[in-house]
Design a protein. Structure first.
Length: 90
């Protein structure tokens, strides 16, 4: 899914991106993507400033089973086109 970052939390135990996605009916939906902890992400070059509000990102992952707008992220594509594997899975 693609969306615009509204907030980024580079904290333990997991990093979280809050982002806005335009749904099928044109309504903006607020989503959260949770992924690895800051330590492994810092080794890949991430910092608390890697994502800024308004950045356009793509997130691939496993949606929450409960139907809430949340996903366990597996891959994230940054605004500059870089793609990172950020969690387990495919």
């Amino acid at each position: 899914m693609r969306g615009a970052v509204s907030d980024f939390h580079f904290v333990n135990p997991h990093c979280v991106i809050e982002f806005d996605v335009t749904g099928e009916k044109g309504v903006i939906e607020n989503w959260q993507a949770e992924f690895s902890s800051p330590g492994p992400m810092a080794r890949q070059g991430w910092t608390a400033a890697t994502l800024q509000p308004g950045d356009k990102i793509s997130v691939s992952g496993h949606p929450a089973r409960t139907g809430v707008h949340a996903v366990h992220a597996v891959r994230i594509r940054l605004p500059n086109g870089q793609e990172f594997k950020v969690g387990g899975g495919r």
